[in-house]
Design a protein around this ligand. Structure first.
Ligand code: NAP
Length: 256
């Protein structure tokens, strides 16, 4: 069958995509989608991503684990250098790794504030900076940040998470403003309620689970695979004129 021009537009063949926190959940779902579109994958994180690497290799792509703990001030330049040394380049960075702490704001501790902000916001900025220092002289690239419904809404009992994800929306815009001219697209995806470790407590809470489901027009929790299409779009040439957006993939949650 003849390839259509659209295959080319969305193809990631010959590109290297780094996905943070790709060992599980949404990161794994996006890594597999990017590999299915043709990208080689650097899985950047602290836990062994063997399952993800095996799935990527089964798709005929190359894959490597780059170790980094974003809660422990990693050497961001060294992380990017290791990706380039192992896979021969870096064209796409997906800042997915994230964490959450739940407590009433009146009792929330500085330790819980810092733990979330370091992983969800500070490391996103400094890893993006290190990636851009490689991408700009190489002709550009794509940076995709993972935002949240709490980039738009306040939420409850998750003050550092809301601050970090609202910060991601702003960071996505300023980096797009500064780096678009250098050929880097910076955008974000805002997942709705997706069934992963991050939301295990909510899924297990019968009352909250029912409240959440009642508000989702699609009538179900999202699956990590539901993020794949948006990730491929924002990683590919199909989005070359898209800058600074926060794209909800939420089964209609925000439309309610
Ligand atoms: P998850 O299954 O808990 O995965 C989180 C990932 O981040 C894991 O790979 C985790 O590694 C990694 N991570 C956490 N702390 C890290 C650290 N200090 N250093 C390196 N990696 C670290 O949750 P998920 O739902 O897939 O979350 C992925 C992203 O989507 C997060 O940014 C989250 O805020 C966002 N999000 C999720 C939802 C949802 O409904 N699930 C909704 C909106 C946004 P370990 O396995 O080693 O902990």
């Amino acid at each position: 069958m003849k390839n259509s021009p659209f295959d080319q537009l969305f193809s990631l063949r010959g590109r290297v995509a780094a996905v943070t926190g790709a060992n599980t959940g949404i990161g794994r779902g996006m890594a597999e989608a990017l590999a299915a579109a043709g990208a080689d994958i650097a899985a950047v994180g602290r836990s062994d991503p063997s399952d993800t690497l095996a799935a990527v290799k089964a798709l005929g792509r190359r894959a490597a684990w780059i170790k980094a703990d974003f809660g422990a001030r990693p050497d961001y330049a060294a992380v990017i250098k290791e990706i380039v040394d192992k896979l021969g380049g870096l064209h796409v960075l997906v800042n997915n790794a994230g964490t959450i702490r739940r407590n009433n704001s009146i009792d929330f501790t500085e330790a819980d504030w810092d733990a979330v902000m370091d992983v969800n916001l500070k490391s996103v900025f400094f890893l993006s900076q290190a990636a851009a220092r490689h991408m700009i002289p190489s002709g550009g690239g794509k940076i995709i940040n993972i935002a949240s419904m709490l980039s738009f809404q306040g939420g409850i009992r998750v003050p550092s998470y809301t601050a970090s994800k609202s910060g991601i929306a702003g960071l996505t815009k300023i980096l797009a403003n500064e780096w678009a001219v250098s050929g880097i697209n910076v955008n974000a995806i805002a997942p709705g309620y997706i069934a992963t470790n991050n939301t295990a407590a909510l899924q297990a809470d019968v009352k909250r689970n029912a409240e959440i489901l009642a508000r989702i027009p699609s009538g179900r929790w999202g699956d990590p695979k539901d993020l794949g299409g948006a990730a491929v779009f924002l990683a590919s040439s199909a989005s070359d004129y898209v800058q600074g957006i926060v794209l909800p993939v939420d089964g209609g949650w925000l439309a309610r």
